[in-house]
Ligand binder design. Sequence first.
Ligand SMILES: [Zn+2]
Length: 166
Amino acid sequence: MHCLHFVGHGTATPAGPEEVAGRGVPAKATSMTELDYPVLPPAQTGLRGLCPRCGKGHIFKGFLTIAPRCEVCGLDFSFADPADGPAFFVMSIVSFPVVAFAGWLEIAHEPPIWVHLVTSLPMLLGGCLALLRPLKGWIVSSQYVHKAEEGRLAEPAAQPAPEPNP
Ligand SMILES: [Zn+2]
């Protein structure tokens, strides 16, 4: 006959009181400066390559290089990373009229191929170069305005949603 013996290991520790720490404000250094500036339309600032916040500084350091920050108001431009988006848009936008022109030229005048090389090709390159910078600036400004408006609309007490990693 078996005897169930109890092991007297009473290790049940009483649940201590949960330490309720004073819930402080999350130490997120939100700059209030974005609220001090009126929202400028991106078409007004970005297309001219101007800072989306103050409208005076410049976004670009070189032809297409984005400066680290605005030299007038100090806005950090690190949020702006349009990558290859503008190039794709510009190619799509520019290629339509150029292809249309090349087609018209071919049908109307039936020129030798070198005529295309000195008309359509420079139009394509020139159009891209002329549009790339304003379009990039416009996208950067749109990103800034979008971000600023989100900050405006966000409730301070709302739980912070984690940034989705791309
Ligand atoms: Zn600025």
